[in-house]
Design a protein around this ligand. Sequence first.
Ligand SMILES: Nc1ncnc2c1ncn2[C@@H]1O[C@H](COP(=O)(O)OP(=O)(O)OP(=O)(O)O)[C@@H](O)[C@H]1O
Length: 251
Amino acid sequence: MMDVEQPKEFLLSIEGLSVSFDGFKAVNDLSLYVEENEIRVIIGPNGAGKTTVLDLICGRTRATEGSIRFRGKELTKLREHEIVHAGVGRKFQNPSIYEDLTVFENLELSFPRGRSVLGALTFRRDAEVINRVEEIAEMIFLKDHLETDAAILSHGQKQWLEIGMLLIQSPELLMLDEPVAGMSVSERLKTAELLNTIIKKHSVIVIEHDMKFVEDIAHRVTVLHQGKVLSEGSMERVQSDPKVIEVYLGH
Ligand SMILES: Nc1ncnc2c1ncn2[C@@H]1O[C@H](COP(=O)(O)OP(=O)(O)OP(=O)(O)O)[C@@H](O)[C@H]1O
């Protein structure tokens, strides 16, 4: 009997996605598929549409055309908070942590029960919360800094704290925009380690310009150019693709 290949189940399926700003197509008929437990890195020249793709996935920007299915659910019709609820977390380039609170308090505030009004009123610092905060703090290398005010953390530690604030909400998909920008070499290496831990239970989409970091983390790389996929595959494959060298890596 012939082996019939089953169609693959993707965590995220983007098909025919476009958005126009005053007639300019920032994302143009884009298709992109992300699997479970995958780290996908999106690279490309300035203005290629990378940030806009993340904006479309998280509902910040509305698509003109196309679909974004996450676990079979259509996201293009949902509002931002509904997309968060569906399991998509996004970290922006600038950390939005509470500087005057401690690491513990920042993580505690992000714990899902603390977020609704009722949750906030009935919130108790019980064993479940403490355990979860400590578990996340360990992952983000801040276990010894739980009582430290976020304001005095290093730039890299602040970035990790914000990733921790996303992780504590257990999103299935995390989206990170240039997570290692401004980090030291050792912080960058630890961030690669963190992402490799994260993908045991989550999927990650990262926008990145730092090619050394991309090499350390990427399972697959998608190169965007003028709102379209220019090339896709392993780091080695896209690095040696003449089209990619011409528009991006050769500069
Ligand atoms: N809200 C908006 N209104 C008008 N134009 C926009 C808007 N958002 C993005 N653009 C335009 O869409 C294009 C793609 O921008 P985007 O920020 O997605 O690129 P990028 O690949 O993330 O670039 P960079 O690497 O510089 O961050 C740019 O030309 C930008 O000016």
